[in-house]
Design a protein around this ligand. Structure first.
Ligand SMILES: [Zn+2]
Length: 303
């Protein structure tokens, strides 16, 4: 074999992503994806904290940003080399991005094919959920809802009702990425742990009702998140991706009648009852794209 051919072959291997065992560990980037919501941030209990018209919103953007920053610092201490944050609440424009380290990337606004998990791929080592809340079929939890508090009464994958944490863990799992940690109220993190398994949980408040909680202070929550993120990522070899079987059957129940009626005009959609439709995707990424379409499409869209 000609030496020149060997060099070319090795170069081709490297270009195709092949990593040589002796150097792979030292050189592979340790990438962490952080998906950040707001209902599960310490202190959040009502719409007053959750959107631009709320009188406490500007302060709570700071607290949300600080909890994300705490997760970033914990990940860095565990050796993370690259961080991507998906701003995943409301308008997707909550995080004060100038407060984040210069080498962090931030996904903002909607729509986006992977929703709250946008930016993730198989090169990531772990996913972290900050500020999460319980799902729409849960009778407890601060601001319990799934994807849309106004529109959805149920979101099930393969017959199992899932909160956002379940859908998003399945998207991460599709790419082989495990969820390392979830923070939110006690109901949200308990629900996620029952569904996903060995994920680390940080309960920053105890839910009392839909609009009430007994909460940690922001600095206490931030310190706990930083410490738990560092600890769980230090043992990340023990984490397993949450994988659901394909094809993936989505059962979506609307609070209103007409979305189910209209979507059933599409041959890929089956109407299963007055308020519900079924869509089957080849995998959870197709289901995510379908959900984005259902959530964002309207005939009068402009520009
Ligand atoms: Zn949410």
């Amino acid at each position: 074999m000609h030496a020149r051919f060997v060099v070319t072959a090795v170069a081709t291997l490297i270009a195709s992503g092949f990593a040589f065992p002796s150097t792979a560990h030292a050189q592979r980037p340790f990438k962490v994806h952080i998906s950040a919501d707001m209902e599960g941030i310490a202190g959040v209990v009502s719409p007053d904290q959750l959107g631009p018209t709320g009188f406490e919103y500007q302060r709570f953007r700071e607290f949300m940003t600080a909890e994300v920053l705490a997760a970033i610092e914990g990940a860095r201490e565990a050796g993370a080399t690259e961080i991507l944050v998906a701003d995943s609440h409301g308008n997707g424009l909550n995080l004060l991005i100038e407060r984040l380290p210069a080498d962090v990337r931030v996904v903002r606004s909607w729509p986006r094919p992977l929703g709250m998990m946008e930016g993730i791929d198989s090169s990531f080592a772990a996913a972290i959920f900050i500020g999460y809340h319980s799902g729409t079929t849960n009778p407890a939890g601060v601001r319990a809802h799934t994807l849309s508090s106004a529109n959805y009464a149920g979101v099930a994958l393969n017959g199992v009702q899932v909160p956002e944490a379940g859908l998003n863990a399945a998207i991460a799992g599709y790419f082989g990425v495990p969820v390392a940690l979830i923070s939110g109220d006690d109901v949200a993190v308990g629900e996620a742990r029952r569904l996903i398994g060995g994920v680390e949980a940080v309960a920053v408040k105890r839910a009392i009702s839909f609009h009430s909680a007994s909460t940690m202070t922001p600095p206490a929550a931030q310190a706990l998140i930083k410490e738990r993120v560092r600890a769980v990522l230090a043992r990340r070899v023990d984490l397993r991706p949450y994988r659901i079987t394909a094809p993936v059957r989505l059962d979506l129940t609307f609070k209103n009648y007409r979305p189910a009626e209209m979507l059933a005009y599409l041959s890929i959609v089956e109407r299963t009852d007055a308020h519900s439709i079924r869509y089957t995707g080849r995998n959870v990424v197709e289901v995510s794209r379908f959900l984005q379409f259902v959530g964002a499409y309207e005939a009068g869209l402009s520009p």
